[in-house]
Design a protein around this ligand. Structure first.
Ligand code: NAD
Ligand code: TYD
Length: 353
């Protein structure tokens, strides 16, 4: 049995965070998991309804930018580890409103670093500040090559720039103040509970409701997709076994052109919904490209594979099937999101394209 620990997970009501919280609450009954989340449009406690009443789990509604309240909270609980996922995470929103990304992703991260540093000032031994980041900090690849841990940072969207900035600050606190940190940079995730503004859930929902499937540009951009539970398993490994001060890249070795991926989803959904083959593909609509759209992301994950023994366990075919099944079985979850604010975002985002 693992020694008892207080673990703070930020952003635990979001997509990836909810899978990480569930894994830790279930796997480590000796840990107390504090899920700190301000519940932006992307945060949803329904994602965690199955573990809500568990004795080793506490939800705390707090904004990481609210220094005063955050510091009061740090006065109450002494943490052994912090797994920091809270962020503004959608590239398209960062293009229309970069300020929110600077605040949460940069200033919010610095707040957490400062409070952790203050709490741990005389006892760094055994502590860990784990910053969750993205492969988008490395910029955009051409037809060949992979992002490694030593690829130079070249972020090109307000989102990736704000994440890159936070990565630099986390490393700076390690070098300057000896903060015990670890960082991972992961490729695109997919799976249950992903907010439907991201490509895969958006397409699943639009196929179901027979709405246009908006493909940016020519649909030739490439992403490296990883099933969210494989990311959560990697986070568990790195949190416990990662080397202090190190960075690990996490990816699915699973590159897909957007248009091929959308067609694949159409095929799966036609079968599941009993529609004629080819019916959903007719919904594909090419729309104006995203400004500054990165062409290709692809991760070399050999370091985490060789050093920590991680590898993805869910193949893409199975992962997509599981994801589609989850969305079809959880229409109420989707309906709650589709009402209200998100509807306004969708109108504004796709009306002009
Ligand atoms: P998400 O948008 O689904 O969830 C983000 C969560 O953070 C939400 O619950 C939201 O309420 C919370 N949050 C936002 N601002 C906050 C604030 N100021 N204070 C407290 N909580 C706040 O994001 P996600 O896709 O789950 O991503 C989680 C992390 O993983 C992010 O740091 C993101 O950069 C990183 N990441 C995501 C992907 C991906 O494909 N989704 C890939 C690599 C890395
Ligand atoms: P997204 O899920 O927003 O993730 P990211 O921008 O972090 O990679 O988008 C994945 C890819 O799909 C990206 O190349 C943009 C493209 N895309 C579309 O073609 N249409 C859409 O409606 C969306 C949301 C994304």
């Amino acid at each position: 049995m693992n020694a008892s620990k207080n673990i703070l997970i930020t952003g635990g009501a979001g997509f990836i965070g909810s899978h990480v919280v569930r894994l830790f609450v279930n796997k480590y009954p000796n840990y107390h998991i504090y899920n700190l989340d301000t519940l932006t449009y992307a945060g949803n406690l329904e994602n965690l309804s199955d573990i809500e009443g568990r004795s080793n789990y506490t939800f705390v509604k707090l904004n990481i930018c609210d220094t005063f309240s955050l510091s009061k909270f740090f006065d109450l609980v002494e943490f052994d580890g912090i797994i920091h996922l809270a962020a503004e995470s959608h590239v398209d929103r960062s293009i229309s409103n970069p300020g929110a990304f600077i605040e949460t992703n940069i200033l919010g991260t610095v707040n957490l670093l400062n409070l952790a540093r203050n709490q741990w000032k005389d006892k760094l031994e055994g502590k860990r500040f784990y910053h969750i980041s993205t492969d988008e900090v490395y910029g955009s690849l051409g037809d060949t090559g992979y992002f490694t841990e030593s690829t130079a940072y070249d972020p090109r969207s307000p989102y990736s720039s704000s994440k890159a900035s936070s990565d630099h600050l986390v490393r700076a606190y390690h070098h300057t103040y000896k903060m015990p940190v670890v960082i991972t940079n992961c490729s695109n995730n997919y799976g249950p509970n992903q907010f439907p503004e991201k490509l895969i859930p958006l397409v699943i929902n639009n196929i179901k409701t027979k709405k246009a499937l908006p493909v940016y540009g020519k649909g030739l951009n490439i992403r490296d997709w990883l099933y969210v539970e494989d990311h959560a398993a990697a986070i568990d490994l790195v949190f416990h076994n990662g080397k202090n001060g190190d960075t690990y890249n996490i990816g699915g070795s699973n590159e897909w052109k957007n248009i091929e991926l959308v067609k694949k989803l159409c095929q799966i959904m036609d079968t599941k919904l009993g529609r004629e083959a080819g019916e959903s593909e007719k919904l594909i609509t090419y729309v104006t490209d995203r400004a500054g759209h990165d062409m290709r992301y692809a991760i070399d994950s050999s370091k985490i594979q060789n050093e920590l023994g991680w590898k993805p366990s869910v193949n893409f075919e199975q992962g997509l099937e599981k994801t589609v099944d989850w969305y079809l079985a959880n229409q109420a979850w989707m309906d709650n999101i589709l009402s209200g604010e998100y509807e306004k975002y969708y109108e504004a985002q796709y009306k002009e394209r």
